[in-house]
Design a protein around this ligand. Structure first.
Ligand SMILES: [Zn+2]
Length: 301
């Protein structure tokens, strides 16, 4: 398909959402010979020699203390693919999964994994974080139950239905003529500058959120917004909406709250930033949509 696919998207499976409510079908698929599951422990995937480790369906079911620790990710042909959510303080790689690999940081691993694996892992991580944070009904406070292969929770007390969150965020590169603006947050590694970002608020369009954030963080007025691409960001469930934001002038001022500094770059400087050649500065890594926003603008004619 003719669009950009970033890390944490690109999952290869047929999500088969119409089959999720069929619990007998799901149970049969889990028992079938081709069923497999990736494993996560507190948000970190099981890896061996830098590759994702797959467990067979029966073994994954054994390791799941509760059914809801198994998430139905989708179908690979006829074979069902699941994700197993392991909990607790004891490292399962030193217990029931000994010899199968080690749990590693998702973000570090994602830089080297095939993008299709990162898509499945981001789905699993976001869903598992949602599961952990939404054990109780937000309407009445009663404990809720997972249904639909882990994609929905129902409250047995008030019948409230609860669905996984996706939280939209705008991430944008303000530009004027042949200059773009990057900013830095105080918490970042020294020298790191990147695109500006913020959550979309209720009652706000993507364009309005983009304009508001650029005004709040850098004091600039947005006059035009162009959509670039989007990226799921599973920390825990953001959807980054990448935009190029044309601004009316270059009198930028950091708000000193979210941003401690802003900096205008020429296209040549932006290219150097993204290639790691701008002395004393570093940009976002290729894993992040910000890298591609800046790169594509910097190399455009
Ligand atoms: Zn309820």
């Amino acid at each position: 398909m003719a669009f950009i696919t970033h890390t944490f998207a690109g999952g290869p499976l047929n999500r088969a959402s119409d089959k999720r409510p069929e619990s007998d079908w799901l149970a049969g698929k889990l028992k079938a010979p081709g069923a497999r599951a990736l494993a996560m422990w507190n948000g970190s995937p099981l890896l061996k020699d830098g590759a994702l480790v797959w467990l067979d369906g029966g073994f994954a079911k054994q390791l799941a203390a509760r059914d809801e620790q198994l998430l139905f990710l989708g179908l690979d042909g006829d074979d069902a693919v699941f994700a197993l959510d392991l909990e607790g303080d004891a490292d399962p790689a030193a217990g029931p999964l000994e010899g199968r690999g080690a749990f590693g940081d998702l973000r570090a691993a994602a830089a080297d994994l095939p993008i299709s694996d990162t898509g499945m892992l981001s789905t699993a991580r976001s869903l598992f974080e949602w599961r952990r944070r939404h054990q109780f009904c937000s309407v009445c406070g009663h404990a809720s139950n997972a249904v639909d292969g882990g994609w929905k929770r129902i409250c047995p007390n008030c019948a409230g239905q609860h669905f996984p969150r996706v939280d939209p965020c705008v991430i944008m590169l303000p530009v004027i003529g042949d200059k773009c603006l990057v900013g830095r947050q105080a918490a970042w590694v020294p020298g790191r500058f990147s695109a500006l970002a913020g959550f979309v608020e209720p009652g706000e369009s993507i364009e309005e959120a983009c304009a508001r954030e650029v005004k709040e963080e850098a004091g600039l007025t947005v006059v035009a917004v162009r959509y670039h691409s989007s990226q799921p960001w599973p920390y825990p469930s953001n959807l980054m909406l990448g935009m190029i934001a044309e601004v009316s002038d270059d009198k930028a001022e950091p708000d000193l709250n979210e941003l401690e500094a802003v900096k205008w770059l020429t296209r040549a400087e932006a290219r150097d930033l993204i290639e790691g050649k701008l002395d004393g500065f570093s940009g976002a890594p290729p894993l992040a949509i910000a890298h591609w926003l800046i790169r594509d603008w910097a190399y455009a004619d």
